[in-house]
Design a protein around this ligand. Sequence first.
Ligand code: SF4
Length: 394
Amino acid sequence: MTTAQTPQLDVQPSPLALLLLGRGADPRSERGVECPGDLPDPSDPDLVARARAAKEKLGSKVFVLGHHYQRDEVIQFADVTGDSFKLARDAAARPDAEYIVFCGVHFMAESADILTTDDQKVVLPDLAAGCSMADMATAEQVAECWDVLTEAGVAEQVVPVSYMNSSADIKAFTGKHGGTICTSSNAERALEWAFQQGEKVLFLPDQHLGRNTAVRDMGMSLEDCVLYNPHKPNGGLTAEQLRDAKMILWRGHCSVHGRFSLESVEDVRERVPGVNVLVHPECRHEVVAAADYVGSTEYIIKTLEAAPAGSKWAIGTELNLVRRLANRFAPEGKEIVFLDKTVCFCSTMNRIDLPHLVWTLESLAEGTLVNRIEVDPETEAFAKLALERMLALP
Ligand code: SF4
């Protein structure tokens, strides 16, 4: 387990306006719900001290996880930082912590609940912190898709592979139908495994990660891939197209990484001569094809750690992380710029701010459990099956 503590930065909340997300509960999706409780005022100058005091009072009872895309004001209180899968595993390795406070988005907290013990309570500081990509595949839509595949006579040849960035329902569907979960680090291994079990893969919910892995890493052609659109009858595909395809890609994408374009790459190469373009595989295929390096968040961080002084990098991933990396590596003489000229935060990740974290920690310190994320036992059992298949990948 990574135990490195994130240094406390004394960062106060930023004035960034938050996007208003959906209101009202929708337990089968990542859609936002209202956050109960009275939040501290964002302008309270004592927020950092209050968060620190509440965390100290909770001691080893609380373990705070911080996703790489979180704001500085929040990440300074993380006991450990990482991507979604690493954080879920870190949580599972701390069975003594009664409360796991997940500073990330809803599907991540669900995965942490699935991988931790029944006694541990996973808490999401703002219930409206969902994920637009995970929301693009609902349980009903995916069940309907399976009916379409069955009608076309291909379901028996199909193995589902679902990206970590999906709801617990979709992970459970995957487990039930003999499939596995993947991350952006092991998608190729997951697909290789799946093609040993069947002839076709249904890749959920990120079309770009599925296409990039199949075409860029595994040598398939773009014609081997078809796009299933859940908003069209039969996914917008004929039975013949489904029979001919190797990869059936779900029509989902990340609203952050999907913003990078081929023009962003061409433009940065002109602006910064000699720049290395390094992007996440959730970016569109043409962006990935034009980049110099492609990999997960952890890969991006490791690549920059190993980069020589004087090198120049344009990074295509979430802005909070890119800004932090630019500051971290500037003293080493590494120039890091954001791939796109327009600001590109993940708005749902940004829902978790210092007032929500203070409210959560103070509530827990007073003995009030708030915003618990709990996956029902049947969903958990099948989702765990899919996650365990991933852990067993060679
Ligand atoms: S960066 Fe994209 S995939 Fe990650 S939480 Fe935000 S919308 Fe979802």
